[in-house]
Design a protein around this ligand. Structure first.
Ligand code: 13P
Length: 283
């Protein structure tokens, strides 16, 4: 069983020149695929539950399932609440036992972002829980309906202000990535990433990992990214795999027959990302 905190894992990643993968999951099968792939690659991994999950399963069911998987895993597995724009949802996750939460108030002006992050940080740190915030905007679909504007780039002075006034543990930065599949090649602002990394001492996070070329992810890791978020390609592999296996089996398939081969497909995607982030063997 893992005894390392996310803070320790990210510090080790920073010192070792690799990043920790964070994957979105929705249910037991994609969640176990992620954990099994990480175990086979001996890589630490983060399991991200999005608040949208809780519209179809309770936070308790989702959280308990992942916490149990983390307990049974042979590698460090950290459960994380992804993109909550609600302070109350973050507090509920902390109360439930999530060791890490994200308060995403990036849609609000700096002062309001700081206010919300500070409230979550104060609550979380008294329970030993790790907090991620966001500065700038991640393009594409999001918790508040998505962002499709041009003003996405995180400002260095805003990052410094947020980190200094809240004591937050990590920061997702808007540097040109988007949630979902890209319709054109993403242009990442590596210069801004490096400037932010020089100005704040906490780990930086890349959102919108799906579709970012591997050399760009690795360039970003060299410039301060320590956590790489990946979701869309996991969901698409899972759902497309389900469709293919259901068609192959025909009528009245047994669940376990279907999920076996589907899990293998999801595991292959997870392993590929572990390779991109160079975290194999780092558990
Ligand atoms: P993608 O779905 O684009 O991979 O992004 C995932 C993410 O950033 C989750 O926070």
């Amino acid at each position: 069983m893992n005894t390392k905190t996310l803070k320790q894992l990210l510090q080790e990643a920073d010192a070792g020149g690799y990043a920790i993968n964070a994957f979105n999951f929705t249910d037991v099968w994609d969640m176990l695929s992620i954990v099994e792939a990480a175990e086979e690659e001996k890589a630490p991994v983060i399991l991200m539950a999005h608040p949208e999950n809780f519209t179809q399963e309770s936070m308790g069911i989702c959280g308990a399932m992942a916490l149990q998987a983390a307990k049974e895993a042979s590698v460090p597995v950290i459960l994380h609440l992804d993109h909550s724009n609600s302070v109350d949802v973050c507090k509920a996750a902390i109360d439930f036992g999530f060791p890490s939460v994200m308060i995403d108030a990036s849609a609000h002006p700096l002062e309001e972002n700081i206010r919300r992050v500070k409230e979550v940080v104060d609550y979380a740190h008294s329970a030993g829980v790790f907090v991620e915030a966001e500065m700038g905007r991640i393009k594409g679909g999001g918790i508040e309906g998505g962002y499709y504007g041009k003003d996405f780039l995180a400002q260095v002075s805003d990052c410094v202000a947020l980190v200094e006034s809240t004591g937050v543990d990590s920061l997702a930065v808007g540097i040109g990535t988007a949630h979902g599949f890209y319709t054109e090649k993403p242009e990442l602002n590596f210069e801004r990433l490096a400037e932010i990394n020089e100005s704040v001492s906490i780990p930086l996070v890349l959102h919108g990992g799906t579709g970012v070329p591997r050399e760009d992810v690795q360039k970003g890791i060299k410039r301060g990214l320590n956590k790489i978020n990946v979701g869309t390609c996991i969901a698409a592999t899972y759902m497309n795999g389900m469709r293919d296996e259901l068609i192959r089996f025909g009528e009245n398939a047994f669940t376990i027959d279907i999920v076996g081969p589907v899990k293998e497909r999801v595991k292959a995607v997870v392993k590929d990302w572990i390779g991109v982030c160079m975290s194999a063997g780092k558990a």
